[in-house]
Design a protein around this ligand. Structure first.
Ligand SMILES: [Zn+2]
Length: 423
């Protein structure tokens, strides 16, 4: 089994104490974290001098559309419905499987470079997304997308068949049932998706209560809020990851908390599309499970979880006061909470026995200097350029800021985007 020994890393404990430790990774797990590894631990291990680095948990991105990186900057500065109907959906209609693969590679490259080792995706051509994730060494929950208003009935049935035929998960890739939203999937299909997911043991990933328009239309069509509609359809439970949750009544909030649903915040996208500000303080005060994602690069316009994390912390403070959402808690949202929302129970933390996913962050960067509090520096002062290396599942996926094949990936994406924009 492959072994990596990270020597003399800087870590911060739960009580904010900063210490130097050694970490042994064996296979895909952290197996030992101690003052000094014994000679037999180092036997056969690749020994990495980490005296310049802090080890921090890697990011888990709880909501994105990876292939939409190809639409980065294609249409900006307009509200969600106009943006979707007049620009995004027509451009997306031109995308084929090869384009999706090229776009996904660019997305995964960007994620790795900004410290993300997992993403929950919702898009088309899932086989291509799965292929890229397997090749590039990170993790994903690949949503099999249901959107009745954009798909034929045959394509919907094929989705169920694909999910039913899929036996087991690979080590790093799992599938999810992903009904797009209450405005693209009707009540009966929501019910069917919920029942199917429960019977087959899949998690569910959906857009929920993103805009006031969504609320208004749902109220008109169904006589209730989008959260209540999902409740009626039997979809609210601990296996549901609901992206956005911007517009919630107190009764919606209670339904999310009582059911154990995770709200996945995407504040950058919500602000840019002027959808609103997610009620972070109300979610926290109510005891809701809260995770975090970036949404697609067409509405964010990047996939940088660090930016998302800092913005969430700042918004929460404006809503609830300066003590709301301290650095350590917002870091948990972007790491361990998001991993748990997608059923990865033993990841997102630096502890013995957990999956070996982590970042080596440069302590000699100006933004990490001085270091009174490592987590404070990381959340409030640093940015993702302070990351030197990224480990996922016990293997380096970025080292010294280099990712294998990165120039080719960017060149292919540039050529593909140009061709599509002109076609
Ligand atoms: Zn989205």
């Amino acid at each position: 089994m492959a072994k990596i020994a990270l020597k003399s890393v800087t870590l911060q404990g739960k009580n904010a104490e900063i210490r130097q430790k050694d970490i042994l990774i064996e296979g895909n797990r952290f197996v030992r974290i101690c003052e000094s590894l014994a000679p037999q631990d180092l036997d056969g291990a690749e020994v990495v001098d980490c005296s310049r680095f802090a080890v921090l948990p890697a990011f888990y991105n709880g909501h994105t559309h990876a292939a939409m990186t190809l639409l980065r900057g294609y249409a900006d500065d307009m509200p969600l419905q106009k943006w979707l109907q007049e620009y995004i959906w027509p451009f997306e209609a031109k995308l084929c499987g090869d384009d999706i693969e090229i776009a996904c590679r660019l997305a995964v490259l960007e994620m790795i470079k900004s410290g993300t080792v997992f993403f929950a995706d919702m898009y088309w051509h899932r086989e291509r997304t799965i292929k890229v994730v397997e090749e590039m060494g990170i993790r994903a929950s690949v949503g099999v997308t249901f959107a009745e208003s954009l798909m034929s009935p045959e394509a919907i049935e094929k989705n169920f068949e694909f999910l039913a035929a899929h036996t087991g998960e690979s080590e790093r890739v799992r599938l999810a049932v992903a009904p797009h939203s209450v405005y693209t999937v009707g009540e009966n299909m929501l019910k069917r998706c919920a029942e199917f997911a429960r019977a087959e043991g899949y998690g569910v990933h959906i857009h929920l209560s993103e805009t006031l328009q969504e609320l208004k239309d749902c109220e008109k069509q169904y006589g209730c809020s989008p959260v209540r509609l999902l409740d009626r359809a039997g979809m609210l439970d601990e296996n549901l990851a609901a992206a956005h949750c911007v517009h919630l009544s107190d009764s919606d909030l209670k339904a999310l908390v009582d059911s154990g649903t995770t709200a996945v915040l995407n504040p950058c996208s919500n602000l840019k599309l002027a959808s609103g500000i997610p009620p972070i303080d109300r979610l926290l005060n109510a005891g809701a499970k809260v995770a975090m994602g970036t949404d697609g690069a067409s509405s964010n316009n990047n996939l940088d979880m660090h930016e998302e994390m800092k913005l969430a912390a700042l918004l929460a403070k404006v809503q609830g006061g300066a003590e709301t959402l301290p650095a350590r808690e917002v870091l948990d949202m972007a790491t361990v909470n998001t991993a748990r929302a997608y059923g990865i129970a033993d990841a997102g933390e630096i502890r013995e026995g957990a999956l070996a996913d982590c970042l080596l962050v440069r302590l000699d960067d100006e933004r990490m200097t001085p270091c009174h509090d490592l987590v404070s520096n990381w959340v409030y002062a640093a940015d993702s350029n302070c990351i030197d290396s990224v480990i996922c599942n016990g293997k380096f996926v970025m080292r010294g800021r280099h990712v294998d094949g990165e120039e080719e990936i960017k060149e292919a994406a540039r050529a593909c985007a140009k061709r599509l924009a002109n076609s």
